[in-house]
Design a protein around this ligand. Structure first.
Ligand SMILES: *Cc1c(COP(=O)(O)O)cnc(C)c1O
Length: 398
């Protein structure tokens, strides 16, 4: 991460195709577009790379998560189980549908704790949302079992783990629906964008129609199309999709760089006493977008984080003290600061958060440092960075 570090001629060429024809919209204008259908082209590339039947490009990853849930019929009165360590988009996407987010603990995979998920299932639960945070995945077999036992949908938020795999399958392609973000700081970027992937034709049709005001997308006269369902506008523009076409074609190149840089740093840190690494579920391979490791306790993690900052080691996050990724700082959610009135049902549904604690997650997030792996580093820079990180950790823990 992030793909923008390696913008080049490929991205420019794709964007120029769109500017040359002047058709910035993904639908219609067949005569003017000189054969360019960038959004469709990117959808096809995504389908074939991840071996899924359907892909619906959207304006953001947050839209993708919301539409994945909506397409499976999740809405008012339903509960969705999600992790308390994720990006705020997870609960935003659920709340937008009038459903209730049920936050549960994470474990040393930094994703959903299986026992916590089991105890959170109620008759209102409709879906489990697994967020593959920082390049690695949840225990998908265990989650599938829970879903099968209780007739729930499994939604994968793979926004931070594009290219990772589990038992030979692409992350995002394993649950009922999967989501990726192509925002500016993700491994593959469109500037802004996202995608829902699924093998379920009905869910795909829902996301295709819902994302464009309910349009049925039949024929070539938009004005004459019918609207089988109520919809909204979550369309991506051709300009954004064009950037994505070029970036997505470079995914394997990006993943190889991430793995190389990740491995250099990990090898350097792995001999340090007091450093352990996140658990990757059996059969899983990370996307190597981040290197995550644990220190002995919260105080040590805070000191190492500070030492990194003051010694030029950037992009290493201590999420325990971060406003955007962990429940501890989400007072806007716990105190329900909405600009518009939430339904009574959602208000009551969220009230558990007022006194709920997440000790198990505190134990892992408090001790975790999550280091972004950049694509633009030279090998010499990565080696120097690894040595500096090791030295600083040793100094703090000595
Ligand atoms: C980035 C991200 C999103 C949201 O994507 P946007 O395209 O920024 O809306 C959702 N979930 C996770 C885990 C993310 O990292």
């Amino acid at each position: 991460m992030p793909g923008f570090e390696l913008f080049g001629d490929a991205e420019r060429k794709e964007v120029n195709d769109v500017l040359d024809s002047g058709v910035l919209m993904r639908y219609g204008f067949d005569g003017m577009r000189q054969g360019h259908w960038k959004a469709k082209e990117l959808e096809h590339a995504i389908q074939s790379r991840f071996d899924v039947k359907h892909a619906q490009l959207l304006s953001s990853g947050t839209a993708a998560v919301s539409l994945a849930l909506a397409s499976a019929g999740v809405g008012a009165g339903d509960e969705v189980i999600m992790p308390c360590f994720t990006f705020v988009a997870s609960f935003e996407a659920i709340l937008m549908l009038g459903a209730t987010p049920i936050l549960v603990d994470i474990d040393d995979t930094l994703t959903l704790d299986i026992e916590a998920v089991k105890s959170a299932v109620t008759p209102k639960t409709k879906a489990i949302m697994c967020v593959h945070m920082c390049g690695s995945m949840g225990d998908l077999d265990a989650l599938k079992q829970i879903c099968d036992a209780h007739n729930l949908f499994l939604i994968e938020d793979a926004c931070q783990a594009i290219g990772g795999t589990y038992k030979g399958k692409a992350l995002g392609a394993i649950g009922d629906l999967g989501c990726f973000s192509f925002d500016y700081v993700k491994t593959v970027t469109c500037g802004e964008g996202g995608v829902v992937i699924t093998n379920n034709k009905e869910f795909y049709t829902h996301s295709d129609q819902f994302s464009d005001h309910g349009h049925d997308h039949q024929g070539s006269d938009r004005g004459a199309e019918t609207h089988p369902i109520l919809g909204y506008n979550f369309r991506i523009s051709e300009l954004n999709a064009a950037v994505g076409v070029a970036q997505f074609s470079r995914l394997d190149e990006f993943l190889a760089i991430q793995k190389k840089h990740y491995t250099i740093i990990r090898d350097e840190l792995s001999s340090i006493e007091g450093v352990t690494f996140r658990t990757v579920p059996e059969g899983g391979e990370e996307s190597y977008a981040f290197l995550n490791f644990f220190l002995d306790d919260l105080e040590t993690a805070r000191k190492v984080s500070q030492a990194f900052k003051t010694n030029g080691i950037d992009v290493c996050f201590h999420y325990f003290d971060n406003n955007w990724h962990y429940i501890r700082k989400w007072d806007h959610l716990t105190t329900q600061k909405s600009v518009f009135p939430l339904s009574q049902e959602v208000k009551e549904g969220l009230s558990y958060l007022k006194d709920r604690t997440f000790e198990k997650s505190d134990h892992f997030i408090g001790r975790n440092l999550s280091c972004l792996i950049k694509l633009s580093w030279t090998e010499a820079e990565v080696k120097q960075r690894a040595l500096t990180m090791a030295k600083l950790i040793c100094e703090v823990t000595a």
